[in-house]
Write a protein that binds this ligand. Structure first.
Ligand code: AMP
Ligand code: ZN
Length: 667
């Protein structure tokens, strides 16, 4: 019996590894996402049932979920050096001269992109990912294996004829797309946006919950093989080898150059083309191709003599500030934007730059009419990096953050320990009202097709809608008189609104645009409470019982439903027929064996992720709590459990289980 199970597990793992390889490395797929997910959940299920067969390199480990409290410090077996920088061709020519003088033979180079992310060194032992460590100070770094495992570009198991023990180095980065997506979501949830993809990537690697890391959607590229002995005689061959082991090694973005002239052409090409890449680079890296030459050249105290970075000039331009305007978002957050005299920068005409918040304005000491330097570096939106104070008029006055909302005149409020100002007039401030409605009809919420931002604005201006509930009173006759509104589009809008009544409750809750309540949180809340009636009545403490819901979210929920107009709003939605209850099919219970029992998980779970664990509890009729209290029946402990375990012991009423014991409760 168990041999059969083991075979099945092994077969699933092998298949999933292969599909992963196809998908992430070869950009193709011979299986549908749906079938892939089925296989993956089957594997997770079997591994949960038979923990004795668990394997840290199983494809299931990509799902993440372990909590690492702090990252152990690891000493690098091979020091991770910095790179020397060069800024012009002359620097490069001098470098080549030094090399030739030292080794007394001709030299070839490999030119690669200088990825702007966080470098990582990954140990592979017998073809399995063993350990991943950040560069740190080059001598010692943080061990972040658990987090790195969640990055799809990094193979957990190798293929082909790999050496038994070696390190692969590379860069972990965030694509611009992902970066913007994360920021859009943060803004929706009323959080401050991140500054640039690089910091976000390295910050993400240090998050404590690896399932959160996975959600960030990091990418990776590998560019350096490191070991005592090399399975090839040149860097170029090593890259090819690494590719054959299943590593994502850049192919189109690297070139073997026989002369410095070829190197220069490569640099010229990427100096322009870099803006078309989906990720940021800040230069080019050149490496001597022959390994024996590399060994002869060796290292200085700080960097290899056989490698050199060529740094692009950050594109910078000077222009005049016309004025600072202030935008009001859906959550009421007010963002300053610099309107500039148009200037050409990195091939595009720039006339606006982000100022993020009040602190940025203060740091720059920005004055009206200042001449400013704008730069397009890592960030997508150009930013102001400095002021040319010599050109400042003596009479110029400092730019002040506004005191009142530019759209409705309300006095702005500043949230404690954030640099952000909000307009508190949620109900009547036009951009907030319209923004909320646009959010409500958006794809991830009620997905009302044909009803775009412009139409919403138009309907609002005409006085046809003031809240989302008004949408459901709209009739075709109301729409037809509008400018540019054809019979057909009016019909489509009305049908789209009608169809939105079928959208599941969790997306409706998300669509209400409650501060800090994103898609995932909305799902969890619906999962927990099932009905709008229950949510309306829930207390702060009850919200905190929901996994992932902290005090901030709980307070936001209570505040929202504490306002009479919101209660009236959801009542109107209910009357209109919008789904405000968890759909029956959504949550099938597997059994009732845990009925009336409460659970809490702590420490690093190894057999399943925290999400999976909590789902199991609910599927079997139990309830998840978020803190140790006398209401808690079971505390399930993984590795390195800390204060919760201690507290449970002190209480004496909580039963303490390990993961296996928990699973056996389900049988
Ligand atoms: P620096 O931090 O300026 O000393 O530059 C060294 C860093 O460049 C390394 O730690 C890597 O993180 C990064 N890097 C980016 N792309 C490459 C590449 N293709 N080869 C080597 N290092 C790279
Ligand atoms: Zn306002």
């Amino acid at each position: 019996m168990s041999a059969e199970i083991l075979d099945k597990i092994k077969k699933l793992r092998a298949e999933l590894h292969e599909y992963n390889h196809e998908y992430y490395m070869l950009d193709s797929s011979s299986i549908s996402d749906y079938d892939f997910d089925l296989k993956l959940s089957e594997l997770i299920r079997l591994e949960g049932l038979y923990p004795e067969y668990r394997d840290e390199n199983s494809p299931s480990q990509r799902v993440g979920g372990g909590i690492t409290r702090h990252f152990p410090v690891e000493t690098h077996e091979f020091r991770m050096y910095s790179l020397d920088n060069s800024y012009n061709y002359e620097d490069l020519e001098n470098w080549e001269k030094r090399i030739i003088k030292s080794i007394e033979e001709p030299v070839e180079f490999v030119a690669e992109l200088k990825y702007d992310g966080a470098s990582i060194s990954i140990l592979y032992e017998k073809g399995k990912l063993k350990k991943a460590v950040t560069r740190g100070d080059g001598i010692r770094g943080d061990e972040i294996t658990q987090n790195v495992r969640t990055i799809a570009d990094i193979p957990l198991r190798l293929k082909g004829n790999y050496p038994d023990y070696f390190f692969m180095r590379g860069e972990i980065y965030l694509s611009r797309d992902r970066f913007e997506k994360i920021n859009r979501q943060r803004e929706e949830e009323g959080l401050e946006p991140f500054m640039n993809p690089r910091n976000t990537a390295s910050g993400s690697l240090k998050m404590q919950d690896s399932s959160e890391v996975r959600k960030r959607g990091l990418s990776a590229v590998l560019y350096q093989f490191m070991a005592k002995e090399f399975p090839a005689s040149t860097h170029w061959e090593l890259l090819k080898k690494a590719r054959s082991f299943g590593f994502k090694v850049s192919e189109n973005h690297a070139k073997l150059c026989r002369t410095l002239e070829e190197v220069k052409r490569f640099i010229k090409y990427w100096e322009k083309e870099r803006f078309a890449l989906p990720f940021d680079i800040d230069g080019i890296v050149l490496k001597v191709n022959a390994i024996d030459q590399q060994l002869r050249l060796g290292y200085t105290a700080k960097s290899p003599r056989w490698a050199m970075a060529y740094k692009f000039k950050a594109e910078k331009a000077e222009t005049q500030l016309k004025k600072v305007s202030f935008q009001v978002g859906r959550t009421g957050a007010v963002t300053p934007v610099a309107n500039l005299m148009p200037v050409l920068l990195a091939g595009t005409r720039v006339k606006r730059a982000s100022l993020h918040n009040e602190d940025v304005i203060k740091k720059l000491d920005l004055h009206e009419g200042d001449f400013v330097y704008v730069e397009k570096g890592g960030e997508i939106i150009p930013k102001i990096v400095g002021v040319n104070t010599e050109k400042r008029m003596r009479s110029a006055t400092p730019v002040n953050f506004i005191k009142r909302c530019p759209k409705c005149g309300e006095i702005l409020v500043k949230i404690e320990d954030q640099a952000i100002y909000f307009c508190p007039n949620e109900r009547y401030c036009p951009p907030q009202v319209v923004g909320k409605m646009i959010h409500y009809v958006s794809r991830k919420a009620l997905n009302i097709e044909n009803l775009g931002a412009e139409t919403i604005e138009q309907l609002y201006k005409e006085g046809l809608i003031k809240t989302i509930a008004d949408l459901y009173d709209l009739k075709k006759e109301n729409l037809l008189p509008l400018e540019r509104m054809a019979e057909k589009s009016a019909q489509n809008i009305i049908e789209g609104i009608e169809r939105s009544k079928q959208i599941p409750f969790e997306r409706v809750l998300y669509g209400l645009g409650i501060k800090h309540v994103g898609e995932t949180v909305a799902k969890k809340i619906v999962h927990h409470f099932s009905t709008m009636e229950a949510i309306k009545k829930a207390s702060l403490e009850e919200f905190i019982q929901v996994g992932d819901v902290g005090e901030k979210i709980a307070k936001s929920m209570v505040d929202f439903f504490g306002m009479e107009e919101n209660i009236l709003l959801v009542d109107r939605l209910k009357k209109a027929g919008v789904s405000l209850e968890k759909s029956a099919g959504g949550l099938e219970k597997v059994s009732d064996v845990l009925k009336g029992k409460t659970f809490l998980f702590t420490g690093v779970l190894t057999l399943f992720s925290r999400d999976q664990a909590e789902e199991m509890v609910e599927n079997h009729g139990g309830k998840n709590l978020s803190a140790v209290s006398k209401n808690l029946d079971y505390l399930v402990v993984g590795n390195k459990a800390g204060s919760k375990l201690q507290k449970a012991r002190e209480l004496g009423t909580v039963k303490i289980l390990n993961e296996k014991e928990f699973l056996s409760l389900l049988d």
